[in-house]
Design a protein around this ligand. Structure first.
Ligand SMILES: [Fe+2]
Length: 397
């Protein structure tokens, strides 16, 4: 097992253990509530439901190992309940402390602690829900970044790349909202429009929604895209063919030369997603094939859905790599501040310069994306699209 995978599994088991602890504490709190707040009958119902949600991780683990069938609604209940529990306890702990302080030292357990925990927890859970739902109705954040490269062809100076990722068009995204995204892309009018996968979420028809709303969009010199794991999970071995039919400008382990009006050239390389390898022998990442068209001296822009592939040869070959997949964890902030994805990914969201000697001056950009995975919740890490502008490094002196 690779170090990266071992770390991922450690965090995953830790997260599941935390889920069980939070559930256990929550059930203990309910049991400690005085009867006027929670009657015996209601407590019985709550305990029954509590035991069911505590079994959910076992179902999820077994379904990922294909011992039990995957049931989408169960994973949604798990994520939603985990969010509610987390928000509840973040509110309950300061709630208990504040009410204890306000009532002085005569407070006794369990009455005071239970009531105050319940009040604090419910208050913060409600506040976080309002915040997370608010992000669904506001336009996405436009992030603008300027990147400088040593020796950049002056004809590429000022070239703009609009990076979209993880639209998940069928999951919690109404068509009106998708049309808002499309309108913003038109207004920004980038030179290159780059899409790094997970456009569909879990239904074949979502390819048609992409075709209707997004396929008419184009960068001034080109539009390029790669597949994500969700395209493969949904469309399996037909993913590339179906998405191309819907007007998805796919690069699958291949490259394309884009030329600016001034004659500057950008070699765009698209790397296929590892999820493809589960379905067809010619799917999944093939760096040799993808990079075979690259010529010496070209400026190379790489697209790859999962940022974990940004290492070694890809990092050395591409001046700029665009990625998505993480959603920035949907909760938290861009690094250096924490977010849920930073528990699992070294590059969770934002811009990362390479520190390896063979690829100094090269960058990875990870988009937190526009859509949702699991539950329609984003707190702090709101939906985003990023406009990147290329410039040559200014000469010293
Ligand atoms: Fe993904």
């Amino acid at each position: 097992m690779s170090d990266r995978r071992a770390r991922f599994m450690r965090v995953l088991w830790g997260a599941l253990a935390l889920y069980e602890i939070l559930n256990f504490l929550f059930l203990s709190l309910l049991r400690a509530l005085p009867p006027p707040i929670l009657s015996r009958e209601l407590l019985n119902v709550a305990e029954g439901a509590g035991i069911l949600v505590m079994i959910l991780p076992l179902w999820l683990v077994l379904s990922f190992r294909e011992i039990l069938p995957r049931v989408r609604i169960l994973s949604r209940i798990f994520f939603l309940w985990y969010f509610i529990l987390g928000a509840f306890w973040i509110g309950a702990i300061p709630g208990m402390l504040l009410v204890s302080l306000a009532r002085g030292s005569r407070s006794t357990y369990p009455g005071l602690i239970s009531e105050s925990a319940l009040a604090g927890g419910l208050l913060l859970t409600g506040a976080l829900f309002v915040l997370s739902l608010r992000a669904r109705f506001l336009p996405p954040r436009i992030i603008r970044k300027t990147l400088t490269f040593d020796g950049l062809d002056p004809r590429l100076s000022g070239t703009t790349i609009l990076h979209l990722s993880d639209l998940h068009v069928g999951a919690w995204q109404g068509e009106a909202r998708l049309r808002t995204f499309a309108g913003m892309v038109r207004d920004l009018s980038p030179d290159i429009l780059a899409i790094t996968g997970d456009v569909v979420d879990h239904r074949e028809e979502e390819g048609e929604i992409f075709e209707r709303i997004f396929s008419p969009l184009s960068g001034r010199i080109g539009t390029v895209a790669v597949l994500g794991n969700h395209e493969y999970w949904t469309l399996e071995e037909g993913a590339a063919e179906v998405m191309r039919r819907h007007g998805y400008p796919l690069l699958k382990n291949e490259s394309r030369l884009l030329v600016t009006s001034g004659g500057g050239e950008i070699r765009v390389v698209g790397i296929d997603d590892p999820a493809g390898a589960d379905y067809e022998s010619d799917c999944g990442p093939d760096l040799d094939k993808a990079l075979s068209g690259v010529r010496a001296g070209e400026f190379v822009l790489a697209l790859v859905h999962q940022p974990t592939l940004w290492e070694g040869r890809l990092c050395e070959s591409a001046h700029l790599t665009l990625s998505g997949h993480t959603h920035g964890g949907q909760i938290g902030w861009h690094p250096p501040f924490p977010n849920l994805a930073s528990l699992f990914f070294r590059h969770s969201a934002g811009l990362f310069p390479s520190s390896a000697p063979a690829s100094l001056g090269h960058f990875l950009h990870v988009s937190a994306g526009l859509g949702y995975y699991g539950i329609p919740v984003r707190v702090g890490m709101v939906p985003e699209m990023t406009l990147l502008t290329l410039l040559p490094t200014p000469k010293k002196g």
